[in-house]
Design a protein around this ligand. Structure first.
Ligand code: ATP
Ligand code: MG
Length: 569
């Protein structure tokens, strides 16, 4: 066996998935003169989602691995649904993920003239005909999986008549839907896609690039293989629902006499638990106001994940880990969350933020005193240095970190108990102050032990609990948005109405949170670990000095814990 590393060769030849095995075989057989050229072909009818990220990483990744090229091509053959906004968002998302199409940005609509010429040639070769059946009749004539289809009464029109009719279809002489151009293949084929599929339909719709120039538009199954061929694509990678279309893909290329035809390879689309992935359904969530927009941080869109605080590195890592296979499966969303935790663990500065503040007065700390304490930014990455944080007589701690009547294993603050304040001192709870009327806890009265300052040589005492805190006089008020899975059910698609599975508590907005003063000027998009709470990013809604934070992910997979607890019951 050859040691690629020792010979300085890359491990290109060692396939990590079945697609690479196919490509290696093609390279061995010197197909396409050793070229590898892929494309990512989104339809601009929505925003990209994490499933598209899988396809993007796969297509651009394969090109990079083999020293080949990958095009970005908009599959814009369906004008009624396509919008410029989507084109722009798709370009931004692919770039943000870290991929570059250089000067190879294409639109299937750029090929309309060429596609028309191919269709004319098919007619001349007796391989396509104009059919006057209605859409419903075409369906009836097609037959079923168990019954062969019947030939259309227009199947044997002469070449001259077909050429004339097709030209007049283009010229706008016939109403929408009155005629189509069909391939003449085999009405008895066991594969329904081969029973004289429609290649062109009449549709008066303004196209975002070609305007009203065309009133006939090619179907996906005709436009896609030819667009691939025109661009010199060698491997046309798509998802498994196109497997049954592959014979048609190949038929179109052969009938159009394409030399070195591209090869279609299918892989399983990504499904994520607690998520829907179809653009149609995502659009519904946006348009019906279930979320705030395509970039709502709960959406599985690239723009939603970006706004939530996900990094391109974490998404690429995720796509790498899930791998590529033929069999459909559902990936646990916890895997995606694991990837962002891993990425941010060493990168995100660790700071203190109190989400539900409880006032604490340290009675033996001088009223006018402020101490600046040294706080390391990331103990797991010493290179990130440290910062100074203010400590004073009045601080806030988390409401949950105090219990008046705690159970045995509660190691946080309680009357008469001691805890350490992170980067600061040990304090002891002396007294609880309550609202006389409601009985609600207003503040705690504590004392501190000056000999216990973190980092001091005299610091020897140990206590079980360490709490995060902020100095009340210095803290910055913030809004914090806590997100949870958008859907309660693991497979929300299972039910007829997927929206019935929406999680009513997928967003909890906390106001009056108190964060370290250094976060006042945090730039939108920057990411932090809030000690003991999770990873957070600054939302673009931030204005003035009132930061808004999105929780990207909690520190641990709480859902896994819940599931385990349920299993053990
Ligand atoms: P949707 O069903 O979500 O609307 P689509 O397949 O219609 O998606 P396109 O814009 O046509 O979306 O997809 C562009 C490329 O991304 C295609 O090659 C498609 O196969 C791939 N793709 C779409 N969804 C997924 C997914 N969930 N996993 C992997 N690849 C996907
Ligand atoms: Mg599609």
């Amino acid at each position: 066996m050859k040691n690629h590393e020792a010979t300085g060769e890359t491990d290109v030849k060692k396939p990590v998935n079945f697609i690479q095995s196919i490509i290696n075989e093609d390279l061995t057989n010197n197909r396409n003169d050793g070229r590898v050229h892929t494309r990512f072909p989104p339809e601009p009818n929505g925003y990209l989602h994490i499933g598209h990220a899988k396809s993007i990483c796969l297509n651009f990744g394969i090109a990079a691995r083999y020293g080949g090229l990958c095009n970005l091509r908009f599959d814009d053959t369906n004008p009624s649904k396509e919008e410029v906004e989507y084109v722009e968002s798709i370009k931004a998302d692919v770039k943000w993920l870290g991929f570059d199409w250089d000067d190879r940005l294409f639109y299937a609509s750029d090929y309309f003239e060429q596609l028309y010429e191919y269709a004319v040639q098919l007619i001349k070769d007796g391989k396509a005909y104009v059919c006057d059946l209605s859409a419903e009749q075409i369906r009836e004539y097609r037959g079923t999986l168990t019954e062969p289809g019947k030939p259309s009464p227009y199947r044997d029109r002469s070449v001259e008549e077909n050429l004339d009719l097709f030209r007049r279809m283009r010229a706008g002489e016939f109403p929408d839907g009155s005629r189509v151009l069909r391939a003449k293949i085999d009405m008895a084929s066991p594969n329904l896609n081969m029973r004289d599929p429609v290649l062109y339909r009449i549709m008066r719709a303004t196209h975002h690039r070609t305007g009203d120039k065309w009133c006939i538009y090619p179907m996906y199954d005709f436009a896609h293989p030819l667009s691939d061929a025109i661009e010199g694509i060698t491997h046309s990678i798509c998802t498994c629902e196109f497997e049954d279309h592959r014979p048609l893909y190949d038929w179109v290329l052969e009938a159009c006499k394409i030399k070195n035809p591209p090869r279609q390879i299918e892989f399983a689309r990504l499904n994520l638990s607690h998520t829907v992935m179809s653009k149609r359904k995502l659009r519904q969530l946006v348009e019906e106001g279930y979320v705030r927009g395509w970039d709502d941080p709960r959406m599985p869109t690239i723009s939603g994940l970006r706004r939530r605080g996900y990094t391109p590195e974490a998404i690429r890592d995720f796509c790498e880990r899930i791998g590529v296979a033929k069999a459909n499966s559902i990936v646990d969303i916890a895997m995606l969350e694991h990837c962002i935790r891993e990425d941010l663990n060493l990168r995100a500065p660790r700071v203190m933020a109190v989400l539900r503040p409880l006032r604490v007065v340290i009675e033996n700390y001088p009223e006018d005193r402020v101490e600046m304490l040294d706080a390391e930014n990331n103990p797991e990455n010493p290179g990130m240095g440290s910062r100074q944080i203010p400590f004073s007589r009045v601080i806030y701690i988390e409401r949950d970190d105090f219990m008046e009547d705690p159970p045995k294993k509660f190691f946080r603050l309680a009357p008469g108990r001691e805890v350490r304040l992170k980067h600061a001192y040990i304090i002891k709870c002396e007294r609880v102050v309550k609202d006389e009327q409601t009985g609600a806890i207003i503040e705690l009265r504590c004392t501190y032990d000056p000999a216990t300052r973190s980092g001091m040589a005299t610091e020897t005492r140990k206590v079980k609990g360490t709490l995060h805190w902020v100095s009340a006089a210095h803290a910055v008020e913030a809004e914090v948005r806590l997100y949870d899975h958008l859907f309660l059910k693991e497979s929300p698609d299972e039910d007829e109405d997927f929206k019935a599975n929406l999680n009513p508590n997928s967003l909890e907005t906390l106001t009056g949170c108190m964060v370290e003063p250094g976060l006042a000027s945090a730039a939108p998009g920057s990411r932090y670990q809030f000690l003991r709470q999770g990873y957070f990013s600054v939302d673009p809604d931030t204005s003035g000095n009132k930061p808004v934070f999105n929780r990207i992910v909690s520190l641990k997979d709480t859902w896994a814990k819940i599931k385990k607890a349920q299993e053990n019951r």
